[in-house]
Design a protein around this ligand. Structure first.
Ligand code: SF4
Length: 235
């Protein structure tokens, strides 16, 4: 009998990743943050790496940024956090000079060592859509020539899976806190994901052809007007 996605993920976590020491981040981690959520999820959220809270708890997005992401999922998308799958490009906490004081994005060596784990998780979960949170995860998945400010809100493809890049919740909170004006952009991007999940826009609408292994990016206009007030009341 074929293994379930949950079994495949668990086997992968225990047998392949195990007590991984493939990059220098193993030296300072408390726990490997594998990722969590519904193995059958339609939506996968991907960040860059665990922070202090995540390292301590062994779960992704559990700090302040995690609260914002959870609000987006639950209040904005009307899903339960347990309905989606959440993971990062690297599974151990990257800090400046490995001093555990200031978090930083994963470097190329760490991304090269750990990235294949994420690719395998995506391969197992096979989500209908991926939301890439911030520059490192967007670069890892679709390698656009521009940064997140330009590519957010623009559909891309990863192995035939639509990818919506948007701002990382930490970046949003660093730029204005709970009242950050960047929340509006996050909500605009998430509305496109909702429209895709609801079937209001299709793969063909977005990419101009049926699902094929192609690598293009097209800006999608869902004809939805900005609705700051709605977002403001959601998260
Ligand atoms: S970040 Fe990834 S590759 Fe590096 S030690 Fe942790 S699990 Fe292994």
């Amino acid at each position: 009998m074929a293994q379930s996605k949950a079994q495949l993920l668990e086997d992968f976590r225990t047998t392949t990743i195990g007590n991984c020491t493939r990059c220098k981040l193993h030296a300072t981690r408390s726990t490997i943050v594998f990722g969590e959520g519904n193995p059958e999820a339609q939506v996968m959220f991907i960040g860059e790496g665990p922070g202090k809270d995540e390292d301590a708890q062994g779960r992704p997005f559990v700090g302040k940024a995690g609260q914002l992401l959870t609000a987006v999922i639950e209040k904005g998308m009307k899903l339960k956090r347990s309905d989606v799958y959440i993971a990062n490009v690297v599974k151990c906490r990257p800090t400046v000079n490995l001093e555990l004081k200031r978090d930083r994005p994963p470097d190329d060596e760490e991304t090269a060592a750990c990235g294949p784990f994420l690719r395998q998780q995506i391969e197992i979960v096979k989500p209908k859509v991926i939301v890439a949170l911030g520059n490192p995860s967007t670069k890892f998945l679709v390698n656009p020539k521009d940064g997140i400010t330009k590519v957010r809100g623009v559909w891309h493809l990863y192995n035939n899976i639509p990818v919506m890049p948007t701002f990382h919740p930490s970046y949003i909170l660093r730029n204005g806190g709970d009242n950050s004006p960047l929340k509006r952009f996050l909500w605009e991007d998430i509305k496109k994901v909702i429209a895709y999940l609801n079937g209001e826009i299709t793969f063909e609408d977005i990419f101009g052809k049926p699902a094929l292994a192609i690598d293009i990016s097209i800006n999608v206009d869902t004809n939805e007007k900005r609705d700051d007030e709605v977002q403001g009341s959601l998260f």
